[in-house]
Design a protein around this ligand. Sequence first.
Ligand code: BTN
Length: 336
Amino acid sequence: MEKKPEMLKDDVLKLILRENDYISGETISRTLGVSRTAVNSAVKALRQDGYGIISSTNKGYLLTEIPDILSKGSIASYLPDNRCGEVYFFESVDSTNNVLKDLASKGADTGTTVIADHQTGGKGRRGRSFASPSGAGIYLSYLLKPVSGFNRVSDLTSWTAVAVSDAIKCACGLDAQIKWVNDLLLNRKKICGILTEVSVEGESGLIDTCIIGIGVNVNESSFPAEISDIATSLSIESNGKLYSRSRLASEMIKVMDKLAADWPDNSYYLERYRELNITSGSRITAFPLMIENGQGRTGTALSINDDFSLKVRFDDGSVEDLRSGEVSVRGLYGYT
Ligand code: BTN
């Protein structure tokens, strides 16, 4: 039975992307178990998407131009074939976290990943929305279940900040830093937000699924005026250079697979978090989350504790450990 055209297009793209030279139509059709006509149609569809593919009668197909298109095939070309965990790709969803939550309830397991090019209802922390325009960012949700060490589940978000910084370094060569508790920054502006959502089993009170949602601003060239002081993209901070979102998304999946294997005991994440965080040593204002329009308290952030809480000396002389669920922290003169 022939594959569906969309699936075949992904498979053909994966093979062509992996080959640094010509790949013959015969090899593609044999590897995928489909007819030469089906391969020709898939190549035609890829050209329509913007891929530059030249064909030579004797040698086959050669990839000459790769547009920045997120697709299952292009992401898969960078991942090992034996990777556990399905990757689902969508052009547009309300929220990748919601889609993954649904898949988890139907039995999806650790490593299942949902990626979208666009979100109509991207969710941020504390009920905020997360702007998720198409063609520029990566919106990715990764499933962990069941989660041992659940009493430290908030650490997972901090581990993820470290992991995503590593992925950005590997795929794009950029050094993203961390603003406590888990925003990733370049040049003191936000390039990535992380939202971890857990579901708890009613009877036992144990966490049975953990969905880690990551949004990265990759190739945006500008941001709305109301957030342009605090948000930026990898591209803006690289003088307009465009990055391959598929390459970065695949690297994000790899670091999350490593995180899932490392969890819950690995000192690397805390050590690296301390190196990457720019909040320690800064003047900050801490705002209570539970009190609407609560008064901010100013002080100096001292260090990151072993549980990723922030040690602060307030200006009244008291020293306190701040936890992410209790306060938000802003720099004295703006965002950082
Ligand atoms: C924040 O900074 O407030 C967290 C933003 C998290 C955004 C990501 S994008 C992928 C996943 N799906 C969502 O709806 N939200 C997260």
